[in-house]
Design a protein around this ligand. Structure first.
Ligand SMILES: Nc1ncnc2c1ncn2[C@@H]1O[C@H](COP(=O)(O)OP(=O)(O)OP(=O)(O)O)[C@@H](O)[C@H]1O
Length: 797
């Protein structure tokens, strides 16, 4: 029974880790190195600044190539096993990774007379398949990442066309230098070649610059190369749609294509390296293997009808430098380039990390291959479509310490990623390309005209050459045979003319069909042109769509951020609203409480007020009663002592008793009087006393109701200290304790012109409420009579 562990083991066996190699660049001064080699597979990195005693981190590789390692050593170790797989229909991906100037291009391309991995691959390949190549143009690309076989006549036609155009391109080749001598061939070859197969080699050269794919071999546009899109073929392999893929029959032809591409490749200046390449370049070698080779009638190797083919692809990738922008002092366009380079390398890193995580945890997280063209193009390799090798190039100088640390970490992580052990890709039946010229057979076999079938002709008589036969019988049989033969000849001629007629008819039909086909071809071409236009439009729209999608993502992010902020603000507003409502409720409550309280107080006051009023009314009634009694008393006539007036002078007897003629007290004067009235209930009952108006220490408060006529009399009320009521300004002036006396003076004139002055006198007494009251206790009447007038009574009352 299969247990989970055994399943895991079998899965592990079918998986292969990404092989990661390290190559150290030679230093001018070997003492200034940050790398310490511990074994052929282990190294450690340290900066001089880092003096801490913490343990060094060890980085393990499949193999470490020192600065003394030769280009051949690296090729043998890294690329040769890949090439062996590729020649048997497997795919292989080899990429160099490292900081700018660390030796990536040197490792991959090399130098004249010291070739790197790419030229060695080409040489080894052609050294191996030299005698096992198909004739050129027998196999051609179907433009959809597949291959198809051409008729021999079409292949011959294409070869002829090439020899014509090659005459022109010779000048080109001279201009490029002799490619053959550029790289020295060390004669190495592979040993695992299937000698029953035929091979042909195709080259394509792609560049990814600023995350846009360009075809470095596309010569259709001389100025600006057209950007290409990535597509998936029928076998789920990613490929560059519409890229030029050319068949090469020798290493020299392959180099020629490489140099053509190099010429177009963008090279840009950075502060670190004047030759620094700012793009990822991908050199693809595809080997098509055709099994079961047969021979044609001329003894040449030919491809039988029902054959199968295998295609192996080797992608050699020179990644752009992974340096930091600040380090290279990049600005402007260079900065944009650097950020896009770093983005695509970061995506590569994220893809590998996600793959490793999925493999280690059994998760099925989405690997973001689509985030960058670089990772999308190599998606198949990481998903089991081929072997993967990485060469990490390190410049061990102390200056590169920080960058190298990042590179080593990336390498460490990549080493743990496993790709499914690739099987040779499923071979597929060869598709036959449509022949270009109708009526021409695909194979060189010549057609022989067939004879009419013998059963349609008269039967031949039996003719024997017997020696015993008589001469006559012999002659008869011979003439009979001749007759039959003539008949057969006639019939044969008849058949032949019918066949010829039919042939002519058939040819005519063929010509018609051919013409129709030409029309269809021209139509197809115009449709193709239209399609191309549409594709270009489509591509532009796709790129626009991608931009719009990216913008939309940004906007969505911004919207969600804003929404979050709005939510928070809304919450705050709601909280504040709640507080305000609570406050309002509390205010309302206190208002209601206060209103209730005020009502209660008002009611209490009203009740008190009513009580007081009733009380006052009662008191006033009592007062009125008393006043009435006083009035009654006053009204009772009391005769006053007669006034002795010697001459014209009136004499006032101050010792006269008070009970002389008394009049009811005058209406209470304003101010003081009012106050005393309002406090009637507080009035102090003082016994009526007789007071002399001549008391000297008292201050009199004099109240003249009118401006009196000057009396000029001898007798006058004696008031030494007096103060007029009109001079009082404040309430306090009334209650002044020094003011103890009050007098109200009135004057009247009778019909005879006699003047009578009345002086109502009283004491000012303080009340309990802090006010003052006047108690009238005396009235003086001063009358002046003319001596010439009718004598009346001149007296003082
Ligand atoms: N192992 C080596 N032995 C000798 N010379 C080397 C080695 N590695 C690199 N160099 C030299 O260092 C220089 C820079 O190398 P190279 O151009 O390969 O760097 P690079 O990493 O490809 O840079 P970029 O990222 O800019 O393309 C070249 O002149 C090359 O000859």
């Amino acid at each position: 029974m299969e247990t989970p562990r055994s399943r895991e083991n079998s899965m592990d066996r079918s998986r292969e880790s990404v092989h990661v190699f390290c190559r150290l660049k030679p230093l001018e001064n070997e003492t200034e190195t940050s790398i310490k080699l511990l074994s052929p597979t282990t190294l450690t990195i340290r900066s001089t600044a880092d003096k801490s005693t913490k343990r060094d981190v060890h980085y393990i590789f499949n193999h470490i190539f020192t600065s003394y390692s030769s280009q051949k050593e690296i090729f043998d170790h890294v690329a040769l096993p890949l090439l062996e797989g590729v020649i048997n229909g497997k795919n292989g991906l080899l990429f160099t990774y490292g900081v700018t100037g660390s030796g990536k291009t040197y490792t991959l391309t090399g130098e004249p007379n010291n070739p790197g991995i790419m030229p060695r691959c080409i040489d080894t390949l052609f050294n191996t398949i030299a005698n096992f190549q198909t004739q050129k143009y027998v196999i051609k690309s179907d433009k959809m990442n597949g291959f198809e076989i051409q008729s021999e006549s079409d292949a011959v036609e294409d070869r002829f066309r090439e020899t014509r155009t090659n005459k022109i391109s010779k000048t080109n080749r001279r201009a490029m230098g002799d490619c053959k001598s550029y790289y020295t061939n060390d004669g190495s070859r592979l040993t695992n070649l299937n000698e029953n197969s035929l091979y042909c080699v195709f080259i394509s050269y792609i560049e990814i610059y600023n995350n846009i794919v360009f075809d470095l071999l596309d010569e259709s546009t001389s100025t600006r190369p057209e950007s290409k899109i990535l597509r998936e073929d029928s076998q789920k392999n990613m490929y560059v749609n519409g890229s030029v893929e050319l068949e090469v029959k020798s290493a020299a032809e392959a180099y020629e294509l490489f140099f053509k591409g190099q010429k177009r490749k963008r090279m840009a200046y950075t502060a670190l390296n004047a030759e620094s390449s700012r793009s990822h370049s991908i050199f693809n070698i595809r080997i098509v293997q055709i099994e079961q080779v047969a021979q044609n009638s001329h003894g040449q190797a030919a491809v039988p009808e029902n054959n199968i083919m295998r295609v192996g692809q080797l992608s050699l990738v020179d990644l752009a430098g992974s340096e930091r922008c600040s380090r290279t002092q990049t600005t402007g366009l260079r900065l944009k380039e650097a950020s896009i380079i770093n983005n695509s390398l970061m995506t590569l890193r994220i893809c590998l990390e996600t793959l490793r995580e999925n493999q280690q945890t059994g998760n099925n997280k989405l690997v973001p291959y689509r985030d960058s063209r670089l990772t999308l193009l190599f998606k198949n390799y990481f998903e089991g479509g081929g072997q993967v090798r990485m060469v990490v190039c390190i410049n061990p100088s102390l200056r590169d310490y920080e960058e190298n640390l990042q590179v080593l970490k990336f390498a460490e992580m990549t080493k743990d990623v496993k790709v499914i052990n690739p099987e040779p890709r499923t071979p597929y039946n060869i598709r036959r390309a449509k022949t270009k010229t109708p009526g021409v057979t695909r194979t060189p076999a010549t057609m022989k005209r067939s004879r009419p079938a013998s059963f349609l002709l008269p039967k031949l008589p039996i003719f024997t050459t017997d020696a015993n036969k008589s001469v006559k019988r012999f002659l008869d049989e011979t003439s009979n045979l001749l007759k039959v033969l003539n008949l057969r000849k006639e019939k044969s001629l008849g058949f032949n003319s019918i066949v010829r007629e039919k042939e002519n008819h058939f040819r005519k039909r063929l010509v018609d069909i051919n013409q129709q086909m030409l029309v269809s071809q021209s139509e197809a071409q115009s449709i193709k042109a239209l399609l191309k236009k549409e594709k270009r439009k489509n591509y532009n729209l796709e790129t626009k769509l991608a931009d719009v999608e990216a913008n939309q993502k940004d906007l969505e992010m911004q919207i969600s951020n804003f929404e979050e902020v709005i939510k928070k603000q809304q919450l705050k507003i709601d909280e504040k609203d709640m507080k305000i409502n609570q406050n309002l409720l509390e205010k309302e409550k206190t208002k209601q409480k206060q209103a209730l309280k005020a009502e209660r107080i008002a009611q209490e006051l009203e009740a008190k007020h009513r009580q007081q009023r009733a009380h006052l009314q009662a008191e006033m009634d009592a007062q009125d009663m008393k006043l009435k009694k006083v009035k009654e008393l006053l009204d009772s006539e009391v005769p006053m002592s007669p006034l002795q007036i010697p001459g014209s002078m009136a004499t006032i007897d101050f010792d006269a008793p008070m009970t002389t003629k008394r009049e009811s007290p005058p209406a209470q004067s304003e101010g003081v009087i009012n106050e005393s009235t309002s406090h009637r209930r507080n009035m102090i009952r003082t016994p009526l006393r007789h007071r002399r108006s001549r008391s000297t220490g008292d201050v009199w408060l004099e109240h003249n109701s009118i401006k009196p006529v000057p009396l000029g009399t001898v007798l006058q009320p004696s008031m030494k200290k007096r103060k007029s009521v009109s001079k009082l300004k404040k309430a306090d002036d009334v209650t002044n304790p020094k003011q103890t006396k009050y007098c109200l003076i009135t004057q009247e004139q009778d019909d005879e012109g006699e003047l009578e002055t009345k002086v109502y006198k009283g004491d000012i007494l303080p009340t309990c409420g802090g006010g003052a009251q006047v108690v009238f206790n005396d009235v003086e009447r001063l009358r002046q009579e003319s001596p010439t007038g009718t004598p009346t009574s001149g007296y003082r009352q």
